[in-house]
Design a protein around this ligand. Structure first.
Ligand SMILES: [Zn+2]
Length: 175
């Protein structure tokens, strides 16, 4: 388990910001819904508990501009390991402004260039037919950075905040 976690910690270094390479990536914010066939983003109040369940909002996720649908799916699954619990999901976008309404865009992960073209920065993944159970597992894992025991469902967001405390100033958007 320890070695696995150490491997997990090593996120690939961000691409060098050289001019030519810069255009080869783009970023989107991703949101994974719990409810099947949802038509609206949950209110901001719920986002924290969603994040605690390995769902909800993850910011600044990087995609290769020329990535295949497989690449896009891989990034989705890396961002949300809980996607493995469902067979299919819609790719939606949120309407501009305060409306929480979602617009269905694709039934399967599109190629990156199509994803990039979708309006706005936030992409919402909505389970199709079968939702994701919104409960917290009791299982704990040890964080290699702060050495605290962390619930397994909180792991992904913990790694972010834990490394963020060390490396990055806090920047989080609300939707
Ligand atoms: Zn930690």
């Amino acid at each position: 388990m320890k070695t696995l976690m150490r491997k997990f910690n090593k996120t690939p270094a961000p691409p060098k910001a050289s001019k030519e390479e810069k255009d080869d990536f783009f970023i989107k914010d991703l949101f994974l819904m719990a409810t099947a066939d949802a038509r609206e983003l949950p209110p901001t109040l719920e986002h924290e508990s969603l994040a605690a369940a390995g769902l909800g909002l993850r910011c600044d996720i990087q995609f290769r501009s020329n990535g295949s649908p497989k690449h896009v799916l891989r990034v989705f699954k890396r961002t949300f390991p809980r996607l493995h619990e469902i067979d299919k999901f819609y790719i939606c976008t949120k309407m501009q402004g305060i409306s929480r309404q979602l617009t269905m865009q694709h039934y399967t992960p599109p190629a990156a260039r199509l994803l990039k073209r979708l309006a706005g920065k936030m992409i919402v993944l909505v389970p199709l037919k079968k939702g994701i159970v919104y409960d917290l597992s009791e299982e704990m894992v040890d964080c290699d950075i702060c050495e605290e025991a962390v619930p397994i469902t909180l792991w992904a967001s913990h790694i972010d905040s834990c490394t963020e405390k060390i490396h990055r100033p806090r920047k989080r958007k609300t939707y």
